[in-house]
Ligand binder design. Structure first.
Ligand code: MRU
Length: 349
């Protein structure tokens, strides 16, 4: 990557710099985010996206909420923080990393109770930095753990973008590909275009090409044909929230790919950090699924492709039942044939 997907600039009264992913691949521009309102908008319009990346963004959003305030009472500072936490959490409902990171940063802030506003500010800042740095290490570990299931050569199909643009380092699903490439394995990738916002063709293809990895974009509706034709050795996707039984929510269209992979005998893997598991949710049907504005389907990228006023149903994610998942690749190891017991063993440790 020419520069990080997200970075904090300065001390705890600094700001966040992100790559504006809505402009890729045509323009490479960065945005400076200086307030929770700007962070909320950046997450909502997908300038920053991908479960781990929006977690980091959420935690930094809290730091922005109090970085420049001159409040001198802890009580008043926590009122601002609680409000900012609820507000940032309401930007997108599905990826649990957003909620996990905000709750984690808030807990760190609370542990300083009584030590004054500066102590709260620095605890929050340190925790947001830690969440960011840990994600870098987690990506590397997922890449390494994933080598257990990566043959050489490997022809991989992926959906959406679970790469450097979605995390602090080189991704989850794409980490497995990047690591295989580093190890000299012969890897090629088919990237589903990923309607309607084209994260596969705009983002995955862009970052894999930058890294010199052989990638072909396919229309989403080509996945069935390539899986049936034996042109794919394995499928790897990311996830936005994984229930306690291993059911995994990811970008809409993932479920179809998983069912097709099952039908044609191709292994289907999900790569995700432990922070993407939501052990409070017993099964995938209970995962909240974001609905996006109809215009993303009818006039995406400012081109009208459906009659004005037509009805639209536009869920951003779907849920793949655990029975279609060969294994979940986490930083703590592989969860083969995920179910309640195997998930708990790795996640609760
Ligand atoms: O709507 P998006 O682009 O945020 O959706 C992202 C995905 O579905 C990713 O696959 C998921 O967040 C995993 S990112 C490592």
């Amino acid at each position: 990557m020419p520069q990080p997907t997200i970075e904090w600039i300065g001390a705890c009264d600094g700001f966040v710099r992100i790559i504006d992913q809505t402009r890729l691949p045509n323009e490479y521009v960065t945005l400076e985010i200086t307030s929770p309102v700007e962070m909320f908008a950046a997450i909502k319009r997908l300038s920053i996206r991908g479960a781990p990346a929006i977690g980091i963004a959420g935690a930094y959003g809290l730091v922005l909420a109090v970085g420049k305030t001159c409040l001198d009472s802890e009580e008043a500072l926590f009122v601002v923080l609680e409000e900012a936490a609820d507000y940032l959490k309401s930007s997108r409902p599905t990826a649990v990393n957003l909620f996990w990171a905000i709750d984690r940063a808030m807990s760190a802030a609370r542990t300083t109770g009584g030590e004054g506003v500066d102590a709260v500010r620095s605890a929050l800042f340190e925790e947001a930095r830690a969440i960011h740095e840990e994600d870098m290490a987690v990506c590397r570990k997922i890449g390494q753990v994933g080598q257990q299931i990566m043959p050489d050569p490997a022809r991989v199909l992926t959906h959406c973008n679970a790469g450097a643009l979605a995390t602090a380092d080189y991704g989850t699903a794409l980490a497995v590909i990047y690591r295989a490439n580093e190890l000299g394995k012969r890897v090629s990738v088919m990237a589903d275009e990923t309607r309607p916002l084209l994260q596969g063709s705009r983002l995955t293809a862009w970052e894999l090409m930058n890294a010199g990895i052989d990638v072909k974009v396919i229309c989403d509706n080509t996945a069935a044909a390539v899986l049936k034709a034996g042109m794919v050795d394995l499928v790897i996707t990311g996830a936005d929230r994984i229930a306690a039984n291993g059911d995994a929510a990811n970008k809409v269209g993932t479920l179809g790919v998983a069912v097709l992979a099952h039908e044609f005998g191709v292994p289907f893997y999900v790569a995700a950090p432990v922070s993407t598991f939501d052990m409070s949710i017993s099964e995938g049907d209970l995962i909240p699924i974001e609905e996006r504005p109809p215009e993303e389907v009818t006039e995406g990228f400012s081109v009208r492709t459906a009659p004005a006023g037509v009805g639209v149903f536009c869920p951003a994610f779907d849920v793949t039942p655990a029975r279609y998942i060969s294994a979940i690749i986490t930083e703590r190891g592989l969860i083969s044939r995920p179910d309640v017991a195997s998930v708990a063993q790795v996640v609760d440790g």
